[in-house]
Design a protein around this ligand. Sequence first.
Ligand code: SIN
Length: 339
Amino acid sequence: MEEDANATSKEDAFMKRFKYYKSNKPKPSLEEVISVEKHCDDKITGCPPLDITDDPRTDLLGLRSLKEWQLYSFKGHPGLLFIKNPFTDSGQRYWIRKCLEEYPRKPNRLNIDIESNLQDWWAECFRNNTCDKQLLKKLRWTTLGYHHNWDTKVYSEDNRTPFPNDLAELSDVFAKYLNYKHFRAEAAIVNYYHMNSTLSAHTDHSEVNLEAPLFSFSFGQSAIFMIGGKDKSVEPSAILINSGDVVIMSKEARLCYHAVPKILPSTDSPWEKPEICKMNDMNIDISNLKYLTEPEKIISVMKQNVDNQEWDRFRNYIQESRINMNVRQVLNEKQSSLQ
Ligand code: SIN
């Protein structure tokens, strides 16, 4: 009897912690939450890659020089990596805007497609110069590339549209930094969280290629991210994610249970102070780009973003929301389709 009770409580280790952090009354203590800001030397280790040569694409993609990046690994979670906000402040504006204005356009798929198949959700939210707050709040996810099938969890060629070039290029910079030479971004889920949103425990196992890492980019409000083991009996860790932070689930961590039990108000708003001068003297050599064919489009959006009035709608959204883009490779290295 006692053994059985123990077995049940072990199985529920992940869910118990999830409920603890999700609770509003009483509020959870954040003491045990791992943060790279706090000194958690017993749980995390700084692990800069050896011999970093800078990547000529960083400025264009709104990233700091690779030499400034801070990479961490987690003692209890082999394969889990964390890069503390490698984005410039204008980079944060760029990616937030893309996730709101462009990625939710057709042919990409949205959670609201079942009720209203909108061509352009963001434009619709601001039709006639008024803000449809209800519609704004309804968007919970957008899928890109191979569209995740939420029912069958199976990707298919019939449900694939072009993957955005800028996000493919961004993911490639991170893959090269971590020495994944053959990584290709082929599918992504963009999640939109409000202050009371949660994401329940799950694993990402639909991809044919489970050797390739999963890159997870977060912007806006902060979050508690939980990660455990391959089943829910493993005691999870809770990690604080701030705007710009990047989590990489690779190797043993690639198939581990993870969840977001709580969104927390951010203590900083890096998207509020974009640098102006850098974009004016940006010199792009197109031969350094793998996916992007029109880098001038990025520069143009970054320049528009400096206008605080133009940026107002995005600011209003991100002040009360969190956006997470998680990018995966679906196919094996030598495959070009699922057939
Ligand atoms: C996910 O696992 O799908 C998203 C995680 C996050 O929002 O940080």
